[in-house]
Each structure stands twice: as C-alpha cells, then as structure tokens.
Write a protein that binds this ligand. Structure first.
Ligand code: OOG
Ligand code: MG
Length: 255
C-alpha cells in the first residue's frame, strides 16, 4: 500500500527545494488512483500554505508531447495561485530542477462545466481565450517517469503565464504559433495539434475534473496542453510565444 501522505510530502518538498528525486515507482507500488491521490494531497499542502486553487492543466493532448515523453494517455494536474508567472517578468532558473517550456492555449471559464459535455456546451462556458505557456519541471531525475509517477508529481506542472484575453467569438481551432528564445524560433505549431481542436481538451478536462469530485468552476483557467514538444530553458533567455490572432506572451529567464 502506497503511503499517500508521505509520497505527497516527497514530491512537494522536491518542488519547494528544487531538487530531483528518484521516480516514486522505483521504490513504491502505486496505481493510477494512488497517483491522483498523491497529487491531491500534495496540492493540499500548497493550499494549507495559503495558495488558492485557480484551475486545471491538461497533459499529453498532442501527439508531439506523447512522442517526446513516450506516454500516450491524457493526464491532468491542479493549478494553484503559486504557479502563476507574471507576464513579461523574469524568473530565476535556480527555483527549478530542469524546467522546460511549452506553447499552450488557455481558457478562462465563466460558468461551471461538469461531466460529459459537448463541444458546444464547453464553448458556451468559455469567457475568454489567451495565448499561454506552461513551465513544466518534473521533480524526477533525468525528467523520466511512468504515467503514475508524473501524475503523482502534479503532471510536472510548475508555472504558467497567460497573455491578453480575447472573446472566443472566432475560430481558434487552427491558430499558428511560434515560440522563440531571444528572437530565434524554437517551436512552431498550431492549436490544431491539441486533439484536432483545443475545445476537445476542455471537454476532457470537464470530465476528469468531475470524476475527481472537483468540477470546473467559473473563474478557473484550463491549460489545454502543449501543442509541440517542450523545450529546455537556460539562463539569459527571453522567451516569447506568438499565436495567430491572440498575440504574444513572454517572460525572461535569469540565472
Ligand atoms: C508531463 C506534462 C505534460 C502537456 O502539456 O502535455 C504537459 C510532462 O511532459 O512532463 O504538461
Ligand atoms: Mg503542459
């Protein structure tokens, strides 16, 4: 039997101290239910330190991400206020183990979205969409993990940044995007990489969240998942993502 609280403390401490840990699966037997229980308990530790729940992130919603990590099931994680990165501001790389960046699109919800919903119902719950980037930082050595490991580690979630919010009254199913480091294009893709249409990621998020007994709430942000493989961050980098119609979102990386 996995000791949920002890494992939650292990991943939470690794994140706080920015130190890599061995994969939990190297010393514990954990099924998917255990993994999500560890995730929930580790987020509970953040909440007890004063962080607020602000939404949910989806993982492995694009083929590029599945291929990069060698895993093929969709996963999700919980977003808290402590993960919000200030748009345009610097981050210190020393706060992270081995951070990577992903181009994503974010949804801001205006109403609850619960369980099995249609794309039309999902769209009706969206207040706005924004270009976004997720900073993932697996707490595991070598950024390697099983599906249970990564779920227990809150699906590698570490930070996220959003650009300007836009009304979702246009077709955002296939928006081109370019993520650049110091002006040099590093990742190129489209929102269509997300399950063919990013709304499908929101539909899946509504189902996962309801199954976990924490249905999507008004005011929450849903990160739809990386549209390309993730890229490792290094100091002295200005990171910017430009998305068709939605504009730019940026931050910089310092030592
Ligand atoms: C797991 C998190 C995946 C995404 O957008 O697909 C993810 C990882 O690759 O470390 O955030
Ligand atoms: Mg992501």
């Amino acid at each position: 039997m996995a000791d949920i609280q002890a494992l939650a403390a292990t991943v939470d401490d690794a994140a706080r101290k920015a130190t890599a840990i061995p994969q939990l699966s190297s010393h514990t037997t954990m099924n998917m239910n255990d993994a999500y229980a560890v995730q929930k308990a580790s987020i509970g530790r953040r909440i007890s330190r004063g962080e607020k729940r602000v939404g949910i992130k989806m993982g492995f919603t694009s083929r590029a991400k599945m291929v990069q990590m060698g895993l093929s099931d969709m996963i999700w994680g919980r977003l808290t206020s402590g993960m919000i990165l200030e748009e345009g501001a610097p981050i210190s790389i020393s706060k992270y183990v081995h951070p990577r960046i992903e181009p994503e699109i974010a949804f801001l919800l205006k109403s609850e979205l619960v369980g099995n919903v249609t794309s039309l119902q999902a769209l009706a719950a969206v207040e706005a969409v924004a270009p976004a980037m997720e900073l993932i930082d697996s707490r595991y050595e070598k950024f390697k993990f099983s599906l249970e490991d990564v779920v227990a580690d809150n699906s590698s979630s570490s930070g996220f940044v959003t650009g300007a919010w836009h009304k979702p009254d246009f077709d955002f199913s296939n928006l081109g995007l370019v993520l650049s480091f110091n002006g040099k294009p590093m990742l190129i893709g489209s929102t269509a990489a997300l399950l063919g249409h990013p709304l499908r990621s929101l539909v899946a998020a509504a189902r996962f969240a309801a199954e976990a007994g924490e249905p999507l709430q008004p005011g929450w942000i849903v990160m739809a998942g990386g549209a390309t493989a993730a890229e490792a961050l290094a100091p002295d980098t200005f990171v910017e993502m430009e998305m068709q119609h939605l504009g730019r979102v940026a931050f910089s990386v310092k030592a």
